[in-house]
Design a protein around this ligand. Structure first.
Ligand SMILES: Cc1ncc(COP(=O)(O)O)c(C=O)c1O
Length: 446
């Protein structure tokens, strides 16, 4: 720790399972963490560690919360957060649509019969093969991201005798992160067509000139882990301005507006996750007002939450391998996974909450850092935390809110197999993604 950094304060109760951070069905029974009424020691015994545990009730409830709060609009789950066949089945049951960002994500959805018309395809560099597949199966929307793609898709659609519905990904110049938003500077990025530079308006012209494409709306995604709606307001205003411009220039009123995802969740004690109903009411009000002010009919709204659906219901279980006290600094606790199952700490400096899961402890708190087993000193799972000072090899640790952007960003760095994902509910656990084996790692090696 650098001299100017003050150590964080230990929490009042190291054993507390804060319901704002942990899955809705989690708690302690006789000191041990349970999720979905399943004892984590049983999960570790049966499925090994590291292990992703997904609380089915939690994830499904959040899906329903979004559908209810956004009644009259479309909720498309952003599959990049975490996608597998079972999640697709849950989406289907709960009435959501799906956003895919690649042919692979599309294949997962189609493999279990998800209706293609409820799928939106994203990506700044979709291949001809991906676009062709999207056309063949008839995905509901394709969000175009460049002039090249407009020409490419127009040509492919004509060749296949199709007329796909397309939206334009507009760079509104707003990038929002958590507590602040910057409304001027973020045209400098790979996604979208700039509003201020006129590229979005030019994309409209090009699409309208192609009879093989049907332009249905505008799309904007302003960032991730956003906790207030101020940035959406700026983006919505700017998009409405473009809708007016399109109406004036072409006499066309576009019927749809997609405001993307990015709704924040609580990772640590001080985080405040926005309430989904407040988000929905806020966005609807903003869009209605800006459109009415501009004399436009209110378009049908789509939102694309990823993290907020699947993040809070996920927990990663690890087994402690070594506990190393670095005198005067902190204790390094090494676990059996690391940046290969959770790269967010190394990639974004993300914060997490961790607890001793296999038992409760009344020992003194010790300032700790949970690290992985990879050959990188940046291989950190939880940067600053307190764990009980009687922590020992063989104990299980649980890290909260790992349902989103952990398994989906997992790698085989150092040839570690990717962990299994089990869904827990009502006292039972079932594997929804099989853990990789050494055979999986060797497959494809010539
Ligand atoms: C276009 C688009 N929609 C939705 C999302 C989902 O964001 P989140 O998981 O933060 O809700 C993303 C995330 O990068 C995105 O790029």
């Amino acid at each position: 720790m650098l001299p100017h950094e003050r150590p964080p304060l230990p929490p009042a109760d190291l054993n507390r399972i804060n319901p704002a951070i942990w899955p809705r069905t989690s708690g302690r029974t006789d000191g041990t963490l349970t999720i979905g009424h399943v004892d984590v020691r049983d999960l570790a015994r049966e499925h090994g560690t590291p292990l992703f545990v997904l609380d089915e009730h939690d994830v499904r409830a959040r899906m329903r919360d979004y559908v209810t709060a956004f009644a009259g609009s479309d909720v498309h789950y952003a599959g990049k957060a975490f996608l597998c066949r079972e999640i697709v089945r849950w989406l289907h049951d709960e009435g959501l649509g799906l956003d895919v960002a690649s042919g692979g994500e599309l294949a997962v959805a189609l493999s279990v019969g998800f209706p293609p018309e409820r799928i939106t395809m994203h990506g700044n560099n979709k291949s001809v093969a991906e676009l062709t597949r999207a056309l063949e199966v008839g995905v509901g929307r394709i969000v175009v991201d460049s002039y090249e793609e407009i020409a490419r898709l127009g040509h492919l659609a004509e060749r296949h005798g199709k007329r796909p519905k397309v939206m334009i990904r507009v760079t509104t110049g707003v990038e929002a992160h958590t507590h602040e938003f910057i409304a001027t500077a973020h045209d400098d990025q790979k996604f979208g067509l700039s509003l201020s530079a006129g590229a979005a308006a030019e994309a409209v012209r090009r699409i309208l000139a192609l009879p093989s494409l049907e332009l249905v709306g505008l799309h904007s995604h302003i960032g991730s882990q956003i906790v207030d709606t101020a940035g959406f307001e700026v983006a919505a205003r700017r998009l409405a301005g473009l809708l007016v411009q399109i109406k004036d220039e072409h006499g066309v009123v576009l019927p749809e507006l997609d405001l993307g995802g990015g709704y924040g969740i609580a990772y640590v004690e001080d985080d405040e996750a926005p309430d989904v109903k407040e988000i929905a009411d806020g966005l609807r009000e903003i869009v209605t007002k800006v459109c009415e002010d501009a004399g436009l009919p209110v378009p049908r709204l789509t939102v694309e939450p990823g993290r907020a659906i699947v993040g809070p219901g996920g927990v990663t279980l690890y087994e402690v391998g070594t506990v190393k006290d670095v005198e005067g600094l902190r204790t390094y606790v090494s676990v059996d996974g690391g940046m290969s199952d959770n790269v967010r700490t190394a990639l974004y400096g993300a914060d997490y909450t961790v607890t001793l899961a296999s038992r409760a402890s009344t020992a003194e708190p010790m300032l700790s850092r949970v690290v992985g087993k990879h050959c990188e000193s940046g291989d950190i799972v939880v940067r600053d935390c307190f764990l009980p000072s009687d922590l020992a090899p063989g104990d299980l640790l649980a890290v909260a809110a790992t349902g989103a952007y952990c398994r989906s960003l997992a790698s085989n760095y150092n040839y570690l197999p990717k962990p299994a994902v089990v869904a827990v509910a009502d006292g039972a656990a079932r594997v929804i993604v099989r853990g990789e084996t050494e055979d999986d790692l060797l497959r494809g090696q010539l």
